[in-house]
Write a protein that binds this ligand. Structure first.
Ligand code: PMP
Length: 387
């Protein structure tokens, strides 16, 4: 059968994720030591799992309100206020979603029309451009540079804006570079955002994993709250990737549209996960601190090791990735990763999977035990010596 004629044209034309392509090779090999995964190696803290289990034991197996449990929305609002000085009304300005992923999808779908331009900085997480494309919008890519610590520069944003620009997607702390935007960096962008009347989706899923200074949300800057949707979730902060729970916070006019969409395509986020998330927000601060300290130690080890090997590694200040430059080897990112995988059985991700400007870099996740990291780093060292 010719399925092409049945399938949606826009979706057929979206290119598959570069990360997937690489994992297809990894999955066919034995004895691979991987530094490629984008999720915590920690288990969800026990008291959080227990809250989920208890909800099941008590037979709490029904749908929840579309927006999410009222108590959970309240806890999200309290947490966002305590940690980032954000101020959202839990009854009208918060929605609980199936991971940050759903929050991103429905926020983009509620904000863009066909023909709009969506500004996306790269290297960055892979879903923004395809999601914009699936709405009939085009993504205008802003290449960030290592010499600027992978932060968007005001002139780069200004240069990318046209009269079709509508939405800017900000993604800091950044996957794959580990870059963060400080308050003054965000302030410099704010004036341009307001001048050109842009709306912002700020993906802050790694906000709890910052290692020097605390995370600043662009929504806290004067004039930005009314034009920002903040995306966050439980996957990274609380090691809850499999529970599939995230949230968005923003002006009620936008959140109410997102609830309309969510109601038709999802109904409500997973019930058990919502019970667990209430416990995580109420009593999870120590767990976050413990995991953050662990990541920080691994971060120093991995970044130090790459620099010692002669592969210059920008110091990541957030998330759990580092992004060493491999240009000195003369190999492309893809060649480097494929040869490393085939000769030493170490899987890392080519930087260009996160945008063309990631060429010449590789993404290394340090969300692994020190023992695992030490073994992998040893093999990468051997690989470089043999090159
Ligand atoms: N944003 C970024 C930057 C991510 O790296 C990820 C997951 N890797 C997500 C959003 C989605 O996370 P989840 O759906 O698990 O909340």
């Amino acid at each position: 059968m010719d399925y092409g004629k049945y399938l949606n044209n826009t979706i057929q034309n979206v290119k598959p994720s570069g990360i997937r392509r690489f994992f297809d090779i990894v999955n066919e090999m034995d004895d691979v030591i991987s530094l490629s995964i984008g999720e915590p190696d920690f288990r969800t803290p026990w008291h959080v799992r227990k809250a989920g289990i208890e909800s099941l034991e008590n037979g709490k197996t029904w749908y929840t309100p579309n927006r999410g449990f009222k108590t959970l929305c309240q806890e999200i609002s309290i947490f966002a206020n305590k940690k980032y000085d954000l101020d959202y009304d839990p009854d009208t300005e918060v929605i609980v979603t199936v991971g940050g992923s759903e929050a991103l999808d429905i926020a983009i779908r509620c904000l863009v029309n066909p023909g709009d331009e969506v500004l996306v900085h790269q290297p960055s997480f892979v879903c923004y451009e395809p999601l914009a494309n699936m709405c009939g919008a085009s993504a205008v890519v802003i290449d960030t540079k290592e010499e600027n610590d992978f932060r968007i520069q005001p002139h780069e944003l200004e240069a990318a804006i046209t009269d079709k620009s509508k939405l800017l997607i900000l993604s800091y702390p950044n996957n794959p570079t580990g870059a963060v935007m400080r308050k003054e960096d965000l302030e410099a962008l704010r004036d341009i955002i307001i001048k050109h009347d842009l709306i912002v989706i700020s993906d802050e899923i790694y906000s709890e994993l910052t290692y020097s200074g605390s995370h600043v949300s662009i929504a806290t800057l004067p004039g930005m709250r009314e034009r920002t949707v903040v995306i966050n979730g439980f996957s990274k902060a609380f090691a809850m990737t499999g529970w599939r729970l995230g949230y968005a916070m923003g002006p009620k006019e936008i959140i109410s549209m997102m609830i309309k969409l969510h109601q038709y395509c999802i109904m409500s986020a997973p019930t058990t996960a919502q019970y667990a998330a209430i416990e995580a927000l109420r009593n999870g601060d120590k767990d976050i601190e413990h995991m953050r300290n662990e990541y920080d130690m691994r971060r120093r080890f991995v970044v130090g090791s790459f620099n010692e090997m002669g592969l210059h590694c920008f110091e990541p200040h957030g998330a759990f990735y580092c992004f060493p430059c491999i240009k000195s080897t003369g190999l492309s990112s893809e060649e480097f990763c494929t040869r490393l995988l085939k000769s030493k059985g170490v899987a890392i991700v080519p930087g260009d999977a996160f945008g063309n400007c990631g060429e010449g870099f590789v993404r290394v996740s340090y969300s692994y035990s020190l023992k695992h990291l030490t073994e992998a780093i040893g093999r990468i060292k051997e690989f470089l010596e043999e090159l």
